[in-house]
Write a protein that binds this ligand. Sequence first.
Ligand SMILES: NC(=O)c1ccc[n+]([C@@H]2O[C@H](COP(=O)([O-])OP(=O)(O)OC[C@H]3O[C@@H](n4cnc5c(N)ncnc54)[C@H](O)[C@@H]3O)[C@@H](O)[C@H]2O)c1
Length: 352
Amino acid sequence: MRTVNLGLIGAGGIAQAHCRAMSDIEGVKIVAVSDVVRANAERTAERWGIPKIFTDYKKMLKMDEIEGVIVCTPTAIHSAPSVAALKAGKHVLCEKPMEATLSAATKMVRAAHESGKILMIALKLRFTPQVKKAKEIVDAGTLGDIYYAETVADRRRGNPGGSFIKKATAGLGAAADIGVYALDTALYLMGHPKPVAVMGITSNYLSLHNTWNEALKQTEVEDFACGWVLFENGARLVFKTCWCMNMDSLGGTIFLGTKAGLRIGVGEVRGPQEGVILYHDENGEAKTTNIPIGESVDVFKAEDSAFVDAVREGKPSPIDPDGMLLTNVIIQGVIDSQAKGGREVKVKVPTF
Ligand SMILES: NC(=O)c1ccc[n+]([C@@H]2O[C@H](COP(=O)([O-])OP(=O)(O)OC[C@H]3O[C@@H](n4cnc5c(N)ncnc54)[C@H](O)[C@@H]3O)[C@@H](O)[C@H]2O)c1
């Protein structure tokens, strides 16, 4: 098995999880790290035995031995390094969400198509037994046609700080940070229907006026977002997310199908519990079945292994970037709708 050499762009918090996961995978080596803050690159290099350090990722991308990069910069700085890497002929594993704006995300997908290289967004929940089992159930036709869904990622008091609450680095708040998990899970299970219209609202009132953390008063992005999405196939999705609220929960993640219904709870995606529950009919009787989902897995190792395997074997991206782009289409729709006083906006899925 040949060794796949990777470079790391951005050496902050989440980069450590990828370095740890990659160090547990056979046949892969992180050979260089780049961070605008040299001390972050140095600390990460020392911790994980990475031989080369850069403060400019463009210089790192000139290393011929690098086949792929892991992009772990803040959200509004995902597109520039990913596009540069793809244009330099490198495969890209980029942290979630894809980007802060639809136009920046579109540039990433276009660069992936034009270069023929892998663009994988690190949606770790795709590798959980809950999502895998739910997908198996949906693909087997058990639910029939999904005509309505609600998807939720909520925290009562769970604001992050630092680069996550600033426009320049995060671009967006809860919708992109945790909401993307809820949206991606819903779109994946629904088979990526094409969104055509969105109505939504956002707010950061509670962060600005909170009574528990003075630093959060500097929040520049939304801490709450809610959207009503219409798809071309007639299905509807309600999307709700927040970092903080005066409530215990915004509900749960549910899928209504013509033959059965399903609830899922996994990680940031809110369910009544972690797991998958099927609501079905047996000879006219309403049945509720807790689906056995098996052992939990090391999601970072699973997603990083899938990326390395795709690079080594010349496979397509384990997480289709065109499907992923729909999360940006919808979040952008919510932001644009809020700017129009919550009125419905038509949305267009970019084509390549
Ligand atoms: N998958 C997960 O569970 C998970 C968890 C946390 C964060 N994330 C995502 O990871 C991304 C980064 O989050 P984080 O918590 O590691 O943030 P962080 O602020 O801890 O780290 C970001 C790093 O990027 C560096 N950086 C900024 N601009 C750069 C540039 N142009 N070139 C090189 N380096 C640059 C910063 O100096 C910093 O070291 C975010 O998009 C976030 O959504 C994912």
